[in-house]
Design a protein around this ligand. Sequence first.
Ligand SMILES: Cc1ncc(COP(=O)(O)O)c(C=O)c1O
Length: 382
Amino acid sequence: MSSKAPIHLSLADITEEEEKAVLRAVRSGWVAPLGPEVDAFEQEVANRVGTAYGVALSSGTAALHLGLLCLGVGPGDVVITSTLTFAATVNAIIYTGAEPFFVDSHPTSGNMDPTILSEAIERLSTENKNVGAILPVDLLGKAADYTQILDIANSHEIPVLADAAESLGAHHSGKPAGSFGAAAAFSFNGNKIMTTSGGGMLVTNKSDVAEHARYLATQARQPTAHYEHTEVGFNYRMSNLLAAIGRAQLRRLDSMIARRQLWRHKYKELFAATPGVQIFGEANDEYDNAWLTAILVDESITGWSPRSLREHLAKEGIESRPLWKPMHLQPVFRSYPALINGTAETFFTQGITLPSGSSMSDTQFDRVRQTIARFLSSPSSA
Ligand SMILES: Cc1ncc(COP(=O)(O)O)c(C=O)c1O
């Protein structure tokens, strides 16, 4: 273990601006739990993304869950999603009573491969299964290929819910992440591109989806004084205090993205002369928010393993992680159907995510850079 202060993958980036915002919200008396900060935050995120509505929720997982319910997904349906994601995507599908179907990754971006998506729809149609929704994931802050995915989805009249938990601020074909499909879910968890400490938002252009999500998120209360209920609801709304943090973060979003892109650029330079190492997703040059920078290590070329670099970093107190373990390999989801060609598994074995947070100081980044440079100059002695 290192005696030096740890450097994390992606810590919350909190300044005096967020402190002032919380204080403003507390002093306003709106703490129980909705209020004007929530309304303003919803409007500001929707404006940023270019959607008509935003519904602020307690997490990105809640946004995915309600998004699916509001698109009519339920028991008996199949939801096609990316195998390379975080478990929350799949958990939300299972909460609705639907069954997930995993498709493999595109070989450059790592996001849902549209060709495999088409094959999955064909296979499910021959099995007479109803595809309730397609749930692509914008991995590590890079939007999926919505041009192709929406073409395929529209031709089969299947709604798309985008898991944009990691991609606020990214673009695809000049349009913001979160603006594609019937609705999209953002996460404002502490490690994301911006945070409300914990929170999420469902964004959509559909007034019925926004209205229904708001209703379900507040215990499905009918507008009566005695609390009439005709459906099972959830307690999923974001609090006014957290929305105030979110508004301050949103104002700083572009500068936080710029900081993460600077690290991406410096990692690119650092690994440029190392055969067998490439920046994950780089070959696809769509604009991404650089939420996390990951590298792929081809051990047959480098002669050293991703694990050996991770262990070297850990000794110096520097956090790194493998890329997500694909969902079709997870013990809890292994029994669900999948179309897999090995791409996501290769990313899992070759990938390392590196410290990428916008609150990382220049000095901290320099420590990461020097630690990696030492390893690269003499991997066998590390
Ligand atoms: C791809 C993806 N989907 C969903 C989530 C869930 O978001 P939350 O943690 O806000 O529930 C996360 C992040 O945690 C994520 O990375």
